[in-house]
Write a protein that binds this ligand. Structure first.
Ligand SMILES: *Cc1c(COP(=O)(O)O)cnc(C)c1O
Length: 299
């Protein structure tokens, strides 16, 4: 049994934010493929699912926060693939479950809450899960690891005339998607990752250490985190609303809102040469917007 998702729904949209905008920009709309297995998560999970089926595992066990796009994608993808799923949730069980947690429960994911302290030592936690659930494939946070990178590399197969782009911009959490895009990109292309984490300066060096051939072509900007992972400011939400009004593209405040803001900022500061052609990756994640009050966003 394999996971089927409609990749025909992926489009490439022209992005024009200001009438005077001179830099040609397109956006790859991975957010359209599925509401639960959204954007890059489907690509990052594909080979894990294949592995689980091939090695005759009962299911997948993985970890994440209470609003995690990754957990939701795993729960839905496992269900579609006829596999079970276990989710290890960061933090004590809240009195009221978040929308995402409720959805995980409905998808049949077995939820287990652990303290933030126990969650912090991820290596130890992963080892414990390996021992405790031998019938399950352990998937690291966010789908990081070789199968995740390999899956993310497939993203660029959905870009016709890939060679026209000079720059590819994407949001960065673990850096798995950026690594995959880097591997699948062409030698004349620059990759710019926008980190949604504060003070995480090791992503780019880590990627370059693993893939030295990307030297000089890949960088991670660390100054667009808006306070840190999962944080937002009024300026970010204001931008996301204006971006939606101008382009009709909804973004999420954890990743793609920050990505688009960074793109706008770089354009405004003449970062790109006049003949640049930019490809923005919309990696999905819109469900996470449910964690902020509904009157803050116009979409
Ligand atoms: C998970 C996620 C990312 C981060 O991807 P990494 O491979 O962990 O860097 C980016 N955008 C969205 C919408 C996500 O859900």
């Amino acid at each position: 049994m394999t996971l089927s998702i409609d990749t025909d729904l992926i489009t490439i949209d022209k992005i024009r934010l200001f009438p005077e905008q001179s830099i040609d920009t397109d956006m790859l709309r991975l957010d359209k493929i599925h509401s639960q297995i959204s954007g890059n998560k489907w690509f990052k999970l594909r080979y894990y699912l294949e592995m689980a089926v091939q090695t005759k595992k009962t299911g997948l066990v993985t970890l994440g926060g209470p609003w995690s796009n990754h957990l939701l994608a795993v729960a839905a993808a496992a269900k579609i693939s006829g596999l079970q799923s276990i989710g290890i949730i960061r933090g004590e069980e809240p009195a009221h479950h978040s929308d995402t947690l409720r959805e995980l429960g409905k998808l049949g994911m077995n939820l287990q809450f652990i303290s933030r302290t126990a969650y912090k030592d991820r290596q130890l936690l992963l080892e414990r899960l390996e021992q405790e659930y031998p019938g399950f494939l352990v998937v690291d946070e966010g789908g990081r690891g070789e199968p995740g990178i390999k899956g993310a590399a497939d993203i660029l197969q959905f870009v016709p005339a890939l060679e026209q782009y000079t720059h590819i911009l994407c949001a960065v959490g673990t850096g798995t998607m950026l690594s995959g895009l880097g591997l699948a990109s062409l030698p004349h292309q620059q990759l710019i990752g926008i980190s949604s984490l504060k003070g995480e300066e090791q992503t780019a060096p880590g990627i370059l250490h693993k893939f030295p051939s990307l030297k000089g072509r890949i960088q991670v900007l660390n100054n667009f985190h808006f306070g840190g992972y999962g944080r937002h400011t009024p300026a970010l939400l204001y931008f996301m609303n204006r971006f939606f009004e101008a382009t009709h593209v909804p973004t999420d405040f954890v990743y793609t809102g920050k990505l688009c803001y960074a793109w706008m900022d770089l354009c405004a500061n003449r970062y790109f040469a006049a003949d640049s052609r930019i490809l923005l990756i919309h990696s999905g994640g819109l469900q996470g917007n449910r964690s902020i009050s509904p009157d803050k966003l116009v979409f």
